[in-house]
Ligand binder design. Structure first.
Ligand SMILES: Cc1cc2nc3c(=O)[nH]c(=O)nc-3n(C[C@H](O)[C@H](O)[C@H](O)COP(=O)(O)OP(=O)(O)OC[C@H]3O[C@@H](n4cnc5c(N)ncnc54)[C@H](O)[C@@H]3O)c2cc1C
Length: 235
């Protein structure tokens, strides 16, 4: 585990070149959801983005960037990201110790895991997420409150179904592998396999490549065309 506690006071500890100053965003809040998952809010600094896009983040005194989907909606005052600490990871154990008024270096937004604005009101969406892969779907549903969607969220335990109260109960199915606390005991892919899924929808998948690859095979067997399927793989 890395022992860095980034008490980053902007003026004291850092000599940031003036040309880079716009890339530094102040942390405005940090909300711990579980022992290893948290939401960080940053100043937005008038940056615009499309729901589903991501930003690149690094800490000022380190060189490694990592990519995070923007969790907040497009109308939110702040940028939010939902992060899960990876034990022995390079960046996430340090992000976990960020404090309000610390600074992080942000680049972007970029990415194409977005909804087509033109058919947003006439399309039915199925969102498949594992773990923090719920992030773009949180942003979609915050940005477009009238969206016609259903989320299937695969997690270990119910507490890992981050901010599930943000979604109407009939719009989310939680699959828990660790016990039966979520309503469906088993993998998201098993649920998908066992369920009748309407073919007249677009399917967005986000999270681990293992989940995405398995789910695509199931979707193809059920009759979905690849043109209906959109993916964002985290690792
Ligand atoms: C487009 C995109 C969007 C992303 N959005 C998010 C996001 O919104 N929230 C988020 O938490 N992460 C997100 N990630 C993953 C993120 O970029 C980092 O890989 C992750 O936070 C680990 O960084 P680290 O430096 O702590 O670990 P590293 O030192 O980079 O990695 C250590 C190991 O952990 C694996 N790993 C990475 N993520 C996970 C995970 N969630 N669970 C288990 N193992 C993992 C890596 O494959 C690697 O083998 C996203 C990745 C991509 C490509």
């Amino acid at each position: 585990m890395h022992s860095v506690s980034p008490e980053i006071t902007f003026q004291e500890n850092l000599k940031i070149q003036q040309k880079d100053i716009e890339k530094y965003h102040k942390v405005t809040a940090i909300k711990h959801l579980t022992k290893d998952a948290f939401i960080i809010s940053f100043e937005r600094k008038n940056k615009t983005f499309k729901a589903g896009q991501h930003i690149r983040i690094k800490l000022p005194q380190y060189s490694s960037f990592r990519v995070y989907t923007i969790y907040s909606g497009t109308n939110s005052r702040y940028f939010e990201v939902l992060v899960k600490e990876v034990e022995d990871g390079v960046l996430t154990p340090k992000l976990k110790h960020l404090k309000i008024n610390d600074y992080v270096h942000i680049e972007g937004p970029s990415g194409h895991f977005c909804l087509d604005q033109e058919d947003i009101n006439k399309t039915k969406y199925l969102f498949l997420a594992s773990g923090t892969g719920i992030s773009p779907f949180h942003s979609f549903t915050q940005s477009f409150p009238d969206l016609n969607y259903h989320i299937i969220h695969g997690v270990r335990y119910i507490e890992d179904a981050y901010e599930k109260e943000h979604y109407p109960k009939d719009k989310i199915t939680i699959c828990t592998t660790g016990d039966n606390s979520g309503g469906y005991h088993g993998r998201l892919t098993q649920y998908l396999h066992d369920s009748k899924i309407d073919l007249d929808q677009k399917v967005y998948l986000c999270g681990s490549s293992a989940m995405i690859n398995d789910a695509i095979e199931i979707l193809k067997k059920k009759g979905f065309q690849l043109s209906q399927i959109f993916i964002e793989s985290y690792y």
